[in-house]
Design a protein around this ligand. Sequence first.
Ligand code: G3H
Length: 214
Amino acid sequence: MFVLVNLKAYPADPVSVAEAAATVDGTAGVDVAVAPQAADIARVAQTGAETWAQHVSPVSHGSHTGSTLAESVAANGAVGTLINHSERRLTLADIDDSIAAADRAGLETVVCANTPEQIAAVAALGPDAVAVEPPELIGTGTPVSQADPEIVEDAVTAAEAVDPAVDVYCGAGISTGEDLVAAEELGADGVLLASGVAKADDPQTALEDLVGQY
Ligand SMILES: O=C[C@H](O)COP(=O)(O)O
């Protein structure tokens, strides 16, 4: 089971969370990675935690002020990237170009989508994985696996029909080991989570509990 902890723009200390993630990584068959702000990628990667970008721009080297270059995040230690997170939406053409940019840089790709229909569309673009997240549940603490289990099952079916090689993750409101088990039982290969760890009083304990309860 893969767990990607997205730190978004929360004020949690990215290095402390990464150190905690590195400590629990691999426990009970759970692989834990951290996606910090782009500016924090290098120091997060230096902790030894598996480090991801939250976004890469659909561009290569050139005149693209303000971009997040896939080659740059890879050079600073990221091994993968989210694309089209619900809070960083892209056009379908830009999703395609961001996947191409990530592929050029050797980054793994997880493309997010809101619905099973969108999951089918982005799975056709050849990412390593897709992630379904109902926006209305993000940050609520109500796990998608409880509030809308059908969307996870339908996303798994939709991705499988397009490309069985594409892994399927789910996210929104996930914070406990029980949520991980529920996601897995719905067919997910992993989860995205954020507030359950980044906004916890003690992110290390939150991660230890998450993995310990799985
Ligand atoms: O990338 C993570 C997701 O948007 C889930 O966020 P959440 O765990 O705060 O609901």
